[in-house]
Design a binder for this molecule. Structure first.
Ligand SMILES: Cc1ncc(COP(=O)(O)O)c(C=O)c1O
Length: 459
């Protein structure tokens, strides 16, 4: 089946050239990089699907807003414009800008997390997880079981398991849980959305226990669009109305604005509690800057104020979600398995199913990622054993993740349908010789976060 893809709702005014370096050069660059795609230079990549974070294309309105940026140290006009957008869309009482999402997470954790305390969520993103741990806290993931089955077509696979959440709170109690979270959409679980029904249930459970509820809103607009499309009762509501309904359920939010606010840098932290906000401001001044700029330039605040509305535009959202679905459909039509249903910001190829002859300890998703660059100059990111395998501290045996994935992450408003046809055609070509492909052996690996700097040798 071939899906009809809606045309891009924009035309190109400024073009950035990209170049496919010759095949022999790609081979040499791979070798030089120790077969680690993070070590390649951007200029040697033809289509870069490493991340959707800060890689979007800003609009003419955002660039015009940048020229209006007010660089006054305190009380800048840019801050007032951002404040009015944030209040209009999210409706929280207080907010600060931050330089990106993890800065908001750091400040919130500094203010609320004490050693040995637990922070439940559907699934914490890795920076949230790390910021909680950095304060001695313990992040806990309570997503529904369907999330771990790549073929399960559940429409809201980012949902929290409400029974598990209730049982967790009953076991540990309010004193051990300074706040609870949920990530929309669930990046770590395949960009899968959370339903409004589930958000309401989560809010009620936290509320009854007296636990503040904080939303990780990096991709809230994509999540709200999925609610409009998939959840009964939301067809006739605008994405913005759905967003207001979602945030009215929470006591605060953190946001990496590098995703759904379509800026290259920026973040937000919003809360309703006045005392907490005072502490947040003090932390911000210590680490990031004065509360009316929060570690950003005035022009960045203006770009964010405009981008927040553009991220909610429904013609943009329908094109974006269809673009992701189009790439997945083209792969699925050719028998290439991807996580189902297709999420918002990325297509996740199930590499262990595509390359069943490469065992997990020889890194099938790494092998597929290297081959995709070798064949077509395309960069994806391995989310499998290179990233997550670790020795079990009890047994000293290696523990491997259930899935070996190659994530093809889609920057906003950057690539066109013909780029995605090229990506799909390249993967289909690779599939035809999947049986001959070999795995990799690590030649260097640091103990922590090894995927960034590891080096490999082909087997
Ligand atoms: C769900 C989620 N939360 C938080 C972050 C951290 O944001 P940043 O990269 O802006 O620090 C990310 C970044 O990818 C994310 O996907």
């Amino acid at each position: 089946m071939t899906t009809i893809h809606p045309p891009e709702p924009f035309r190109i005014k400024v073009m950035e050239p990209i170049r496919l370096v010759p095949r022999e050069e790609r081979e040499a660059k791979l070798k030089e990089a120790g077969y680690n795609l993070f070590s390649l230079k951007a200029e040697d990549i033809f289509i870069d699907l490493l991340t959707d974070s800060g890689t979007g294309a800003m609009s003419q309105e955002q660039w015009a807003a940048i020229m209006r940026g007010d660089e006054s140290y305190a009380g800048a006009r840019s801050y007032s414009r951002l404040k009015s957008a944030v209040e209009d869309i999210f409706g929280f009482k207080y907010f600060i800008p931050t330089h990106q999402g993890r800065a908001a997470e750091n400040i919130l954790s500094a203010c609320l997390v004490k050693p040995e305390q637990y922070i439940p969520s559907n699934m914490h993103f890795d920076t949230t997880d790390a910021n909680i741990r950095a304060r001695g806290g313990r992040p806990v993931n309570l997503v529904i079981d369907e999330a771990s089955d790549p073929a399960n077509p559940h429409p809201f696979k980012g949902n929290m398991d409400i029974a598990k959440l209730k049982a967790f709170i009953a076991e540990y109690g309010r004193e051990q849980i300074p706040f609870g979270m949920i990530t929309v959409t669930n990046n770590a679980g395949g960009g899968q959305p959370v339903s409004m029904e589930n958000l309401k249930a989560v809010s009620a459970v936290y509320g009854e226990a007296g636990i503040p509820f904080v939303i990780d809103a990096a991709r809230y607009a994509e999540n709200c669009y999925f609610i409009q499309q998939r959840e009964p009762g939301y067809k006739n509501k605008s994405v913005k109305e759905i967003a207001r309904e979602m945030f009215a359920l929470a006591d605060g939010m953190t946001m990496s604005a590098k995703k759904d606010a379509i800026v290259n840098i920026g973040g937000l932290l919003c809360v309703n509690d006045e005392k907490l906000f005072q502490n947040i401001k003090n932390e911000l001044i210590l680490r990031e800057g004065f509360p009316t700029y929060g570690g950003l330039a005035g022009r960045d605040l203006d770009a964010m104020a405009v981008g927040l509305y553009e991220g909610l535009d429904e013609s943009y959202l329908s094109y974006r979600i269809a673009q992701t679905a189009y790439l997945a459909q083209r792969l699925n039509d050719a028998g290439i398995p991807t996580i189902q249903p297709t999420g918002g910001h990325a297509v996740y190829v199930v590499a262990n199913q595509l390359l069943p002859n490469i065992p997990n300890y020889e890194f099938p998703a790494q092998s597929l990622g290297v081959e995709l660059y070798r064949e077509g100059g395309i960069r994806g990111v391995e989310i499998g054993s290179v990233m997550f395998a670790h020795p079990d501290p009890e047994t000293n045996q290696w523990s491997y993740p259930a899935l070996e994935l190659l994530r093809l992450t889609i920057p906003r408003r950057v690539y066109t349908q013909s780029h995605f046809d090229y990506v799909a055609d390249t993967l289909v070509k690779i599939k035809s010789r999947a049986k001959e492909m070999k795995g990799f052996r690590l030649t260097y690996a640091p103990e922590l976060l090894r995927h960034f700097t590891a080096r490999f040798e082909p087997l």
